[in-house]
Design a protein around this ligand. Structure first.
Ligand code: UT7
Length: 326
């Protein structure tokens, strides 16, 4: 067996909801602006005592239940996140311990919104190489914790949540191709400036708001559409697939206009694009696995369907994976 398949999915979103109407009360913005410019209506927000590992654990438990698996059946735990519980240790270590899987390997991947695409490539490769038989890959974020609630250009965009998939060895191979890329020449295009080794927190940096996410929205918008189209094209070519072979496009949920522009160019009809941005906003590394989990739970995805997962984000980074659902 040197194939891999996704054998179970699960997701979790915190109960508290922040609506466009709520944002209207505290910011110079409107439901109309947010809806037409982004497609967003609501975001789920972690409570004060919920950290990213808590969201991961809830999503992982759902995936284990759906797959009728015990946490000890998983050989390795990977968490893709840019909002870890701590700078270190890895959030995945905390998740595995809380799931009673102490001793299993567990590590994080930090590649912002592209985290799930990179993780899918890595986890599939580990399984196909025979290193592990089952891997739990979780994309999770608590972005509300690093958003400046007084900045209307970012505060309206981000939400919290987690999506988990169990990947396992299979006779047939679902992982058809991958195209990943990064360009770190201008990290500040989308970043959390403070708190790292370059700019450790000081009273002055906190005063300047360096504990909050910063983004050059218009730059990212152009980059996102271009890279979604390019990376999907390359991934399709690598798998010997045509645009018309695509059953489902599951894109990173950053902006409905970005998704529409990419889907139009890729000639994927609207009803074949999984979009849940209205309900969750942008949940970075969690957005693709949440969308997948919802689509699978709703019975949309059938055996043999060809899925394109495509994402982009901080780094800058991007990637697409083509997948045949088993
Ligand atoms: O996960 C990956 C990371 N992020 C992204 O993918 C984000 C990519 N970028 C975007 O989604 C869009 O660029 C935004 C949604 C962030 C902004 O939409 P836009 O259509 O690019 O707007 P803009 O930045 O060009 O701003 C247009 C106007 C500006 O006013 P002026 O200068 O024309 O008077 C902004 O000040 O809209 C104003 N504006 C707002 N108005 C009401 C910016 N934010 C808001 C707001 N409410 N929340």
């Amino acid at each position: 067996m040197n194939g891999v398949k996704i054998s179970a999915v699960g997701h979790y979103a915190p109960a508290a909801i922040l609506t466009n109407e709520d944002l209207e009360k505290t910011l110079d913005t409107s439901d109309e602006w947010i809806t037409t410019r982004t497609g967003m209506k609501r975001r789920h927000i972690a409570s004060e005592d919920q950290a990213t590992s808590d969201l991961c654990i809830a999503a992982a438990r759902n995936a284990l239940r759906n797959g009728k698996l015990a946490s000890s059946d998983i050989d390795c735990y990977i968490v893709a996140t840019s909002t870890p519980d701590y700078a270190f240790p890895a959030t995945a270590c905390i998740v595995a311990a809380q799931l009673d899987a102490v001793g299993k390997p567990a590590f994080d991947m930090e590649i912002a919104c592209s985290g799930f695409i990179y993780g899918l490539t890595l986890a599939s490769s580990l399984i196909r190489a025979g290193v592990y038989s089952r891997v739990m890959l979780i994309g999770a974020e608590s972005l509300s914790k690093i958003v400046d609630r007084s900045d209307r250009s970012t505060a309206i965009l981000f939400g919290d949540g987690a999506g988990a998939v169990v990947l396992e060895a299979a006779a047939e191979n679902s992982f058809l191709s991958s195209e990943l890329g990064a360009d770190g020449r201008r990290p500040e295009t989308l970043c959390l400036l403070g708190g790292g080794s370059r700019r450790p927190f000081t009273a002055e940096s906190l005063e300047a708001g360096e504990q909050y996410l910063r983004m050059e929205g218009r730059e990212i918008f152009k980059f996102a559409v271009t890279k979604m189209i390019e990376s999907t094209g390359i991934a399709l070519q690598r798998a010997n697939l045509k645009k018309s072979d695509v059953s489902w496009l599951i894109p990173h949920q950053a902006n409905k206009r970005i998704i529409d522009a990419a889907a139009k160019y890729l000639e994927v009809p609207e009803e074949r694009v999984i979009v849940n941005i209205e309900e969750y906003g942008n949940t970075s590394a969690a957005s693709i696995p949440i969308a997948l989990s919802e689509a699978v739970t709703a019975g949309k995805i059938k055996a043999g369907d060809i899925i394109v997962f495509v994402g982009f984000g901080g780094g800058l980074s991007w990637g697409a994976v083509t997948w045949k659902w088993a």
